[in-house]
Design a binder for this molecule. Structure first.
Ligand code: M5T
Ligand code: MG
Length: 591
């Protein structure tokens, strides 16, 4: 997986160093039982205190070296795995930011979340595990075998039986365990998914009294998880004790043969103790190895999922996304701002057709052609689902056209640097998005370095100042996630203020006053008119009253442009417009 190369290049040195320390630790682990054997057999058995002290202090010394090494290695491994995880997460985040909307639509949003959090953690844990046990376990296993054989060839016959048996059990354990582990992972994902969906729609669930339905859904997902977990734990709970039992029988055999040998006088007590110690080390390291394998399987699945994100094409270079150490932090390019003063902001649609999903036949927009001069205001009217939002999405290039071209200031949007293009345009989306933070911070999103005066000015234009100033904390009022503590109309007005503070050339209002009453809407439009003499405006609405005084109106019906002209012209010669007019005013069109 190519994305890992970068991190390998970056962290190989501390990684290798950690592996080196691991080798030192393993060597110490291997020496200790032998030292102990000699302490017992030479020192204790012959009551030679000097030998006991000599061996004892060597052991203490070695253990202390081992301790220092372990501390150092732990520092290293947590440093490497944490920095690796942090960087990977940031890189992944940047990559996702660089995606075109098409790509984001393709991934399920929840699955992107899991990739950013859980999947990164899995790989991080594996990296950490590698640096703690990777070399140590095989080294310890082979080393302990060699030391044991060297210690006593006769007793090693027991090992020749026990070790292959345990190895077989381990392999069986992995064979049966891995698929079950993967099932647990999948079931966990589903529980998360159900929970996330429930929480985001909790109001609707309550309003429709769908508790039982949701509980059943959750129970189902949860039940699957339990089954998967039990099944995987069963494997663990059978094989774990089995391995320990085999090893214990082996130890009993060693003690039995050994005891016999001691009686005969050709084996020493210390040897037996050291030997059993090595056996335990072998068992321990084999189980470690199986653990690393489990981690490996999980990390591999996660790495594959992350890789899927990295191999997607980026729509634009993400250089403008703030990096960890603060370089590249967003700033508004003052120069380009000044240079774009003057009447700019023309929009041209030439024979534009568009579909969200190439495979799903029927395009959402068909052969749309119109042009808008700088400073003009266009209204876009059409029933719900007629393609208004889709049309607006093409201007800041949220999506690419399927056919034809969209030009801003005479240049195809595909030829722009995206940052430059989007600097010209402010959009008030149909679905208001506010973020956790104060009202002032939310408005400042439009322009990083906006002064308080600019913010207040924008809020005044959007008719938001009155209600903001009326609240006790004013502009410092904290908003919950998504602005939960505001009404729909208040949210819309803050969202408009955020767009205005950007001082764009083109302003797109997508049904942005739908939740505001008629009187307030009229006020917003009046102040916009005053303020925005050379601002190009695209006003999307379902209400004729919102677009009636635009320079001209586009009428969309099922993705087709069925009328273009002023209110009066359309009343005369556009059937769809007449129908909408009749339904909204109750008046017949008098010709
Ligand atoms: C037009 C489809 C939608 C509809 C058609 C935004 C969006 C729309 N669609 C998608 O497949 N994916 C999307 O992300 O496009 O939809 P619209 O442009 O949103 O219509 P509208 O803005 O005129 O409607 P409304 O209700 O906002 O007034 O078929 O399935
Ligand atoms: Mg819409």
């Amino acid at each position: 997986m190519k994305f890992l190369h970068k991190y390998i290049r970056k962290f190989w040195l501390p990684f290798i160093f950690a592996l080196f320390i691991l080798m030192v630790e393993a060597t110490i682990d291997l020496l200790l039982p032998t030292l102990m054997a000699s302490m017992i057999d030479v020192g204790v058995a012959t009551r030679n205190l000097d030998e006991v002290i000599k061996m004892g202090s060597t052991m203490v010394l070695l253990t202390s070296v081992g301790m220092v090494a372990a501390v150092l290695r732990n520092f290293l491994s947590s440093y490497v795995s944490q920095s690796f995880g942090t960087e990977l997460r940031l890189d992944l985040f940047r990559k996702i930011q660089s995606f075109a909307f098409q790509t984001i639509d393709k991934f399920d949003r929840a699955s992107l979340m899991v990739r950013l959090t859980n999947d990164v953690t899995q790989i991080q844990m594996f990296a950490n595990g590698l640096m703690r046990i990777f070399v140590r376990a095989p080294l310890l296993c082979i080393g302990a075998l060699i030391m044991a054989v060297r210690l006593n060839l006769h007793l090693s016959i027991v090992l020749a039986v026990v070790v292959p048996l345990i190895a077989i059990l381990l392999i069986l354990n992995m064979k049966l365990g891995f698929p079950r582990f993967i099932n647990v992972q999948k079931a966990m994902d589903r529980v998360n998914g159900v929970m996330r969906e429930y929480l985001s729609g909790v109001r609707v669930v309550k309003a429709f009294n769908q508790f039982q339905f949701e509980v059943n859904r959750f129970q189902h997902a949860n039940g699957n998880l339990v089954e998967a977990a039990i099944s995987s734990n069963r494997v663990l709970s059978v094989f774990g004790p089995m391995m320990v039992t085999v090893m214990n029988i082996g130890i009993v055999a060693v003690l039995w043969f050994g005891g016999y040998g001691v009686e005969q006088g050709h084996i020493k007590v210390g040897e037996i103790i050291a030997f059993t110690n090595y056996m335990i080390q072998i068992l321990f390291s084999l189980r470690m190895i199986s653990m690393v394998f489990t981690m490996y399987v999980r990390a591999k699945a996660s790495a594959e999922r992350i890789n899927e994100v990295f191999v997607e094409d980026s729509l634009f270079e993400s250089a403008s996304i703030p990096s960890l150490n603060g370089e590249n932090v967003f700033h508004v390019d003052e120069e380009s701002r000044d240079e774009k003063r003057g009447p700019k902001g023309s929009i041209e649609f030439e024979n534009v057709s568009f579909t969200y999903d190439e495979k799903r036949g029927e395009p959402v927009l068909k052969n749309i052609t119109f042009s808008l001069r700088p400073g003009e205001t266009v209204g876009i009217l059409g029933s719900t689902g007629s393609g208004k939002t889709s049309l607006a999405n093409l201007i800041p290039r949220f999506y690419d056209v399927s056919e034809g071209s969209v030009k801003v200031d005479g240049k195809d949007v595909r030829d722009y640097n995206l940052k430059e293009l989007r600097n010209k345009i402010a959009i008030v989306p149909q679905k208001t998005m506010l973020f956790t933070g104060t009202i002032a911070e939310n408005i400042r999103w439009g322009k990083e370095n906006a002064t308080f005066e600019e913010i207040k000015q924008a809020a005044m234009l959007a008719e938001a100042d009155s209600f903001i100033s009326a609240s006790p904390e004013g502009y410092e009022t904290k908003l919950g996630q998504g602005g939960v503590n505001l009404s729909g109309g208040q949210k819309q007005r803050i969202s408009i203020a955020r767009a205005l503070v950007k001082q764009p050339d083109i302003l797109i209002l997508d049904d942005s006053t739908s939740a505001v009453d008629m009187a307030t809407e009229a006020k917003i439009k009046a102040s916009l008119k005053k303020y925005a003499r050379d601002l190009t405006c695209v006003i999307i609405s379902q209400r004729i009253s919102s677009v009636i005084d635009a320079d001209f109106i586009l009428v969309l019906d099922n993705g087709k442009l069925v009328g273009i002209g002023s209110h009066e012209e359309l009343l005369k010669n556009c059937q769809v417009y007449q129908d909408i007019y009749r339904s909204q005013t109750g008046k017949e069109v008098l010709l």
